[in-house]
Write a protein that binds this ligand. Structure first.
Ligand code: SAH
Ligand code: SF4
Ligand code: F3S
Length: 442
């Protein structure tokens, strides 16, 4: 049996690309292994959003390229694949830099992985990083992996060019996938037991399919998916605040399967910084959007991203950001230290914030949010939550799943995967709720 080892960095889109590559290769007789030394094919699917992620990619590929120098037959014949956003960024240079890399493949070409591996075996190193602007890039094999939840790409690329961000240079311009192909894929997934789909795109709010008589936006797409029998939950990430329309907000009340959770990254609580970031909204415009969603759907969970230490960020800007975190009442946030990206404009901005200041600000942001998350979780103790069971948790004897709001729940019970169970919440930590399954009365 041929074996493939894969290591993935970065966002959900990258995780999904890894799943797609595994699916394609499993069709060609490969099975997945968690030991790179056993594998005929080693794939490192990389991310370049921050400098640290890029460095991880190099050290990981370097390690596997070393392994190839061993004398065993498996080692000599091993194919090393450098995929993802760092592959897109560096292209052919990687072949020279890492002796032993056989395939360099960018995100929009991963659907060709089997053919590229075959080619590399006969011709030597191949590089496939030409941007693919047609629908081919969405070619998705049916996913045959862990059953309950599946990612479905609906658009790829980004036209926003936020000044700190390298993604538009690596994933290219926005391309929306045909609505028919999305719906067909969801039908197939549901037929194979999937209960929840997560619609993916760098900027899902600007999804548009103009091919039919009427334009289909994310709202209409959600409406169509909501009618699919057997599907229980629909999520979508990531939303850009400037493209969040009132109509889309109504999806939270119009469609019962659309989960009451929105990830709506603000990045900073200072208007001056938002402008330098080129985000296209002010703090008050953003707050107004959250308020409107909450008026429609009072208990909606809102999460966000923040960047600490953007060039020229002052103590006052940072203070405004902390105050905003308290005001927004987020369920949770992801916060990152600003990282210079060579392709992004902010790279050239002066007045860089020193590393130790950035580290201090990040910690304050995280502490401010922790207080709020704990308050929200504390208030859930004693309530009964509907949990879609995803499997066993790492801790023995417990099961794991998520609420409609996206909150992780660990609980004691013996509920089949893929069913929705009532769980009485009796405890919480900083990132999960705990409880017991209450069996339904006969
Ligand atoms: N398209 C999504 C996700 C982009 S990347 C969006 O617009 O929200 C995910 C997060 O990484 C961003 O929201 C941002 O908070 C962070 N990020 C992007 N570039 C960064 C950089 N150069 N330094 C630090 N964080 C960055
Ligand atoms: Fe990057 Fe901004 Fe596009 Fe998100 S919206 S991917 S942060 S450029
Ligand atoms: Fe990283 Fe590329 Fe995603 S840079 S965050 S893997 S789009």
């Amino acid at each position: 049996m041929k074996k493939v080892y894969i290591e993935t960095y970065g966002c959900q889109m990258n995780e999904h690309d890894s799943e797609r590559m595994l699916s394609i290769l499993s069709g060609g007789g490969y099975v997945q292994t968690d030991n790179p030394r056993d594998a005929e094919v080693v794939i490192v699917n990389t991310c370049s959003v921050r400098a640290k992620a890029e460095q991880k990619a190099y050290s990981s590929v370097g390690r596997y390229a070393q392994l190839k120098k061993r004398r065993s037959e498996t080692a000599q014949n091993r194919v090393i694949v450098f995929s993802g956003c760092v592959a897109q960024q560096e292209g052919r240079k990687l072949v020279g830099r890492f002796k032993g890399v056989d395939v360099v493949v960018g995100p929009s070409q991963v659907h060709r992985i089997d053919e590229l591996i075959r080619q590399a075996k006969t011709t030597g190193p191949v590089v496939a990083v030409a941007p693919d602007t047609d629908q081919n890039r969405f070619r998705n094999p049916v996913k045959d992996m862990n059953g309950v939840k599946a990612y479905v790409t609906i658009m790829e690329g980004c036209d926003n060019f936020c000044s700190y961000c390298t993604v538009p240079y690596l994933r290219g311009r926005e391309v929306s996938r045909n609505v028919r192909s999305i719906i067909d894929e969801v039908y197939t997934l549901v037929a194979s037991g999937v209960k929840e789909v997560v619609l993916l795109g760098q900027n899902v709010n600007s999804y548009r399919d103009n091919a039919g008589e009427k334009q289909v936006t994310l709202y209409e797409l959600l409406s169509m998916l909501n009618d699919i029998k057997g599907l229980e939950r629909i999520r979508f990430i990531t939303s850009h605040p400037k493209d969040l329309t009132d109509k889309l907000m109504h999806a939270f009340t119009d469609f019962d399967k659309v989960c009451p959770h929105i990830h709506l990254p603000i990045q900073s609580g200072s208007d001056r910084i938002l402008k330098l970031m080129a985000r296209g909204y002010t703090v008050e415009e953003y707050m107004d959007k959250i308020n409107r969603i909450r008026t429609l759907k009072p208990d909606v969970a809102v999460t966000s991203d923040f960047i600490a230490g953007f060039p020229s960020e002052t103590d006052q800007d940072h203070h405004d950001t902390i105050m905003f975190v308290r005001r927004a009442n987020y369920d949770n946030i992801f916060s990152f230290k600003y990282s210079d990206r060579p392709l992004a404009r902010a790279n050239k901005y002066g007045d860089k914030v020193p590393e130790h200041t950035i580290a201090g600000r990040l910690k304050e942001l995280q502490d401010a949010q922790l207080e709020i998350t704990r308050k929200i979780y504390r208030a859930l103790a004693g309530t009964v939550q509907r949990v879609l069971v995803e499997g066993d948790s790492k801790k023995q004897g417990r099961q794991q799943g998520r609420t409609m709001h996206g909150r992780l729940v660990n609980f004691s019970g013996t509920v089949p995967e893929g069913t929705v169970a009532d769980v009485l919440i009796d405890d919480y930590s900083d990132n999960a709720l705990y409880g017991k399954h209450i069996p339904e009365e006969e």
